[in-house]
Structure formats: C-alpha cells, structure tokens
Design a protein around this ligand. Structure first.
Ligand code: UD1
Length: 417
C-alpha cells in the first residue's frame, strides 16, 4: 500500500494549475449514456474515481477514446449491459449516477447499492423516490436496485433533503422523459449548472439549474456535444487552506473565485489576503492564523468537503473554533488522527471544538476518507518533523497529482510503496 511522507514546516510558495472538478466530471461522464452520439469532454481530471467510472461505463457497452491532455470521447451507440456490479460500485458512491440515464435511455438498470467514503449512512432513497414518481418500477433485491420502465414521464418531485447526486440523477433522467419534470428543493451546487449546460448543449431543455427549482422539458432524443469540465473548487480550497496554514503565498491558475465565496470569506477571516480575477486566485498569509467557526450546509453555504481541511488550520490557529458538520453524520474521523499529532480537539455530537496550539507534531497517521486525507496532508505540511500518511488511495480518488503539485509549491513530500 502506498504512503506519503511529508517533512513539515515549509511555507508553500509558487504557482500551480487547478484541475477539472471530480464532482462535475463524474455526472458528465454518465450523461454520455443519454445519447447514441459521441460526447467529447475536456479538462477531465486524472483521478481514480474517473478511471472507475469509465470502466463502469465501458462494461455497459460505452466506447471510450482518450486524446490525452484530459480530453475524452465517450460513445454509447449501443448499451449492451445496463448493470453496475458491486465490485465497481463499492468504492465509489457516485456510481449511482448511472441509474437515471440508464432508465431513461434503456428502460432498465441493475445497480449495486453504493459504497464510497465511510462518512455516513448515505442512503439513496431520494433518487429512488424521484424515479418512482416518474413511473419507474423499482425493487431492491440482494443488495441491488432493479429498475424498469416502459417510458419515464415528467413529474413534480419535492426532495425531502437537499441531495447533489440525487438532483443530478433525476435531472438526467428527466431529459428523455415524456412531459415536464419539476424538481423542487433541488441542490444548487455549481456542478449541477455545469451538468445542465452540457445536457442543454446535447439538446435537453433545462431551466433553473443553480436555483432550488429546476424545470426539465423532456425531449425524444439527445445528440452529441462538446463540453469542458469546470474547475475543481474543492481542490482550489484545499491548496488555499494549505497555503494559509503554512504562512505561504500561492497563485492558482485555471480556477474561479466565484465558485467558493464561503471558503474565501473564512480564509480572509483567518487572516489571509486574497486577490482574484476571472480565472485565477492569489493568496498571501503573513500572520499566525485566527480560529474560524465553521458550520457546513448545502451550497452556497460552507461545503462539507472543506470541513476537514479547515480543521487542520484551526489546530494551529489562535483561539478556539466550533466546527459543526450538518451534512454527514460520521464525518469527523480525521479528529482521531489529528489528535495523534497532538491536536487539541473535543467532539460533542456533530461538533468539534478545536483549540489552536503552537505546533502540531509529525506522526504516523491513517487516511480514512477522501477529504480527511487532505486534512492530514495539510497537518503534515505544518507539523514539526515527519508525518507518514497511510492508505492514500483515498487521496488518489479526488486529487490529481497532489504530491507533484505540492512539490512544485516547495513542499517536501514523497510517495513510497
Ligand atoms: C455529493 C458530492 C460529495 C459531497 C456531497 C455534499 C459528488 C460526486 N459528491 O455527494 O463530494 O460531500 O455531495 O455536498 O458530487 N441523502 C439521503 N437520501 C438520498 C440522498 C442523500 O438521505 O437519497 C443524504 C445523505 O446521506 C447526506 C445528505 O443527504 O446526509 C447529502 O448527500 P448528497 O448531497 O446526496 O451527497 P452526494 O450527492 O452523495
């Protein structure tokens, strides 16, 4: 199993380019299932989750050609096997995103119940409820979702809770349904707008993506298109937190400050100076960070995918912060690992009370999920001495070439077998 070794204490300095967004690319790949014609997607990040999703699509009959440089063409001329087996789905919850497109295009789907990060129960009841309202017959047998329909029909669906992939799944399914679908209490994440833009370029009729009411007028078929994946706002935020925590100065290219208002506000509150224009962000940190309280909530509020990274920052900040996780019930697993590095953190229910200390100690730690891994990397960068992070396959699911990018910023980081 691979590990990362970090020698802490060096401020990050320099310029790197941000990759395409994992959470936008995954649903975009699934959108290829909706048409017989080729879909060309650019700026696809080189990540384990993308490899897993492409393998899943290929075993369904999708033809894929890579042109290098993050460009990929997917062609679903014939869907021979509308099945997502357990072995492929267990590592990546986003595999549930094939359910809506398969039902809409092929009229059937057999999908293993998803796995992914162990950050909570993460049920898929909202996906199922929505597809049933659109006329699908769905049964759960032996850990698989079995879904069939003659033809999906438009429906008004009110989500009980805000779900990102739930909104994306139903939005994709509704593009080929008969009649109009209205999704209420929809998620408003920028990745949903990116997907809607691609689907509209394929001939779909979607209005209101990015608001909590999305209207989709079904069409009889979709056609091929070209689309560029939006920048990864979580990768962007992770590097900005790392630069703030280490007292560095970095310039991030190919990103968009407007995607992460809530995160930039918190970094400013912590003491960072931030400048940005349409496609870059610069951050400079000259002082010791101040503690910042965090409460995660659906977009545009503070993202749960940035909570763990800010916890590492709070570990070495001036003051005490209350960090409340409201989206996932088990997303404080990094606390135990940060405590191994001497952090002062108390957990009460879904909140962590973090009191900053002068310095973290390097230690052997274990990555437990994707964003928790990122928090351990940040902790390792600021700690005194050496930190060894085990189980970094979690990190490879969502960060493209993280040690390469951090090395380019002056970090001492190395991957070993
Ligand atoms: C997506 C992101 C993930 C992010 C999360 C929240 C992708 C590929 N992943 O995950 O990085 O952390 O949004 O911003 O885009 N829920 C239900 N029933 C459902 C669906 C969800 O109860 O049918 C609950 C979940 O357990 C969770 C909450 O709703 O507590 C939000 O989950 P959701 O938005 O669906 O997360 P994902 O789409 O899986």
């Amino acid at each position: 199993m691979q590990k990362l070794i970090i020698q802490g204490g060096l401020p990050l300095h320099g310029e790197i380019s941000i990759s395409g967004a994992k959470n936008a690319a995954l649903p975009l790949l699934c959108a290829a299932l909706l048409t017989e014609e080729p879909l060309k997607i650019s700026n696809v990040p080189a990540l384990q989750d993308i490899i897993t999703m492409v393998s899943l699509l290929k075993q369904m009959g999708v033809h894929e050609t890579e042109h290098g440089n993050g460009e990929m063409v997917l062609s679903a001329a014939a869907l021979t096997h509308p099945v997502a087996p357990y072995e492929m789905v267990k590592t990546m919850r986003a595999a549930i995103l094939v359910l809506g497109p398969l039902l809409a295009r092929a009229g059937e789907a057999e999908i293993s119940l998803p796995g992914g990060c162990a950050i909570g129960l993460r049920p898929v009841d909202q996906h199922i409820k929505g597809l049933q309202a659109m006329g699908a017959e769905i049964a759960i047998r032996h850990g698989y979702i079995h879904a069939v329909t003659k033809k999906l029909r438009g429906a008004r669906i009110v989500f009980d809770i805000v779900t990102v992939t739930g909104t994306e799944n139903l939005m994709m399914a509704a593009t080929l349904a008969e009649g109009t679908t209205i999704l209420e209490n929809a998620a408003r994440e920028p990745e949903i707008i990116d997907l809607a833009n691609c689907l509209n370029a394929m001939g779909a009729k979607i209005h209101g993506a990015g608001t909590d009411i999305i209207t989709i007028e079904g069409v009889s078929s979709l056609h091929g298109a070209e689309h560029t994946v939006m920048p990864d706002r979580i990768e962007t935020g992770t590097f900005l937190v790392a630069a703030t925590a280490t007292g560095g100065e970095i310039h991030l290219k190919n990103t968009d400050a407007q995607l992460l208002d809530a995160v930039l506000d918190k970094l400013t509150e912590a003491g960072a100076r931030i400048d940005s224009a349409t496609n870059w962000i610069k951050l400079r940190m000259r002082t010791k960070p101040k503690s910042v309280n965090i409460r995660t909530a659906p977009y545009p509020a503070f993202p749960t995918d940035m909570q763990a990274q800010f916890m590492s920052l709070n570990c070495i900040a001036d003051g005490t912060a209350i960090m409340t996780e409201t989206i996932f019930e088990n997303r404080l697993m990094h606390v135990q690992e940060l405590k191994r590095m001497n952090a002062n953190i108390e957990v009460e229910g879904n909140a962590a009370i973090v009191t900053g200390i002068a310095q973290l100690d390097g230690a052997n730690v274990m990555a437990t999920d994707l964003r928790a891994s990122a928090s351990l990397v940040i902790a390792g960068l600021v700690a005194q001495g050496e930190t060894v992070i085990d189980r970094i396959y979690h990190l490879d699911r969502g960060y493209e070439n993280i040690e390469g990018k951090l090395s380019a910023l002056g970090a001492q980081i190395q991957r070993i077998q």
